[in-house]
Design a protein around this ligand. Sequence first.
Ligand code: SPV
Ligand code: MG
Length: 283
Amino acid sequence: MQPTRLRALLKRPEVARAAGGHDGLTARVIEECGYDVVWASSFEISASRGLPDMSLLTMTDYLEAARQMAAATELPILADCDTGFGNRLNVAYMIRQYEAAGIAGVCIEDKIYPKRNSFLEGGQVLEDAAEFAGKVAVAVRSRANPDFVVVARTEALIAGLGMAEALSRCHAYADAGADAILIHSKSPQPDEVVDFLRAWQRPVPVVVVPTTYFGWDIRAAGEAGVAMVIYANQGLRSSVQAMRQVLADIRTTGSSVRVEGEIASMKEIFRLTRVDTWTAVGA
Ligand code: SPV
Ligand code: MG
């Protein structure tokens, strides 16, 4: 059901909106804010454990986080699965595991393992395109439900390899059966993503992550032909900022008086964590 929903979201004329989460609570907030999809972000899942997004966690760690998100929300979960955690065999295993956990789809990227977050300088090394297309084909073949979504992400622009390389890679991934393409860019302007979209003639939907070119809004993305926008990390970044301000204020003033009106009440957290449902179970 969730895979079918995610697939339909990628096909409709309106742009789908995904937001990055890392646990049950963040998934619920994303749902309440009206997003269509939860992006189980490798960056957020790592950062929430105090770790950088550098392939330090295992597939099991990422899967457990995605499972928590799926349990907490009705929204489809698109799981960021980095490089697929190994070779084609690992990809086949990963697909089985994520599908069985009720995840709607996965995204794999064409970097070599261990990968580093796209916004870290250096170490952005791409896997051979044919090898990665092989991984995409295995991912597609390994799903039990044909609606389970496989997104193929190219890091060609991140690695500075240029538009021709990005396009030829995405053509190969589409030929291998990818349900959608994610074109990643760290440019402060949307120009290279716009150029890519202009040149993209396949019927395969395109997903973007406007972290650095944040001025490009959803309307502009829709006009350029984007199927889904992922706000991958703004949730986590905002929570760090808010927590820091509030805790610093309490530390400075010696009480929480000044911030009580600005922070979520205990009642609100009870509601978000469905305390009524659990109370109704009885003791
Ligand atoms: C993530 O959210 O983990 C992503 C997007 O993969 S990025 O951080 O931009 O690489
Ligand atoms: Mg990631």
